[in-house]
Design a protein around this ligand. Structure first.
Ligand code: GAR
Length: 187
């Protein structure tokens, strides 16, 4: 199996979907480590429930972003992590991690990139009044939700109903991320 680390800052529903896909045999991988920059995030609770080790670091406690990422890399090496999978990790990745894992860091984003990068992509799409939005899986580079696109799926906006639109997007994220990673790890 391909050894991965999932990076997350929030709820961790994408982490859980990947872990469940692995347990169902739909993705030939193991989540060796969950990395979070938010020690109180719900993803920590989810990871513990699955018995997966968590590295929770507060970036503010490091002298620089380079030092913060270097500490993460040390830990990833201990687990022989091959791929970094960002799942709601709300921080830019610097050259330190990009150099350590060239072409082996991926991200999921709740819009059809390059539309609506950054925070609250779903809110941005609704405010703009688009009728179709979606989900993108892409390779990570130094930019904010930039980098070569691997997979996309369109999701219709449910007019005026943010909650329903968000639920539909999350549902598609969980399917698309598993599918995209399966193809990446097989090739
Ligand atoms: C997901 O919708 C993910 O696409 C988004 O954060 C959410 C995390 O949900 N990521 C970004 O916006 C990245 N710019 P989760 O914690 O339940 O997986």
């Amino acid at each position: 199996p391909t050894k991965i680390a999932v990076f997350a800052s929030g709820s961790g529903s994408n982490f859980q979907a990947l872990q469940e896909a692995i347990e169902r045999g739909e993705l030939h991988a193991t989540v060796e480590l969950v990395v979070t920059d938010k020690p109180d995030a719900f993803v920590v609770t989810r990871a513990k429930k699955f018995g997966i080790p968590v590295l929770a670091l507060n970036p503010k406690e490091f002298a620089s972003k380079a030092a913060y990422e270097a500490t993460i890399i040390e830990e990833l090496r201990k687990y022989d992590v091959e791929w970094i999978v960002l799942a709601g990790y709300m921080r830019l990745i610097s050259e330190v991690l990009l150099t350590a894992y060239p072409q082996h860091i991926v991200n999921i984003h709740p819009s059809l990139l390059p539309s609506f990068p950054g925070k609250d992509a779903i809110g941005q799409a609704m405010a703009h009044g688009v009728k179709v939005t979606g989900v993108t899986v892409h390779f990570v580079d130094a930019g904010m939700d930039t980098g070569p696109i691997i997979a996309q799926v369109a999701v219709p906006v449910i007019d005026g109903d943010r909650e329903a639109t968000e639920a539909a997007i999350h549902k598609e994220e969980h399917i698309l991320y598993t599918k995209a990673l399966r193809q990446l790890f097989e090739s």
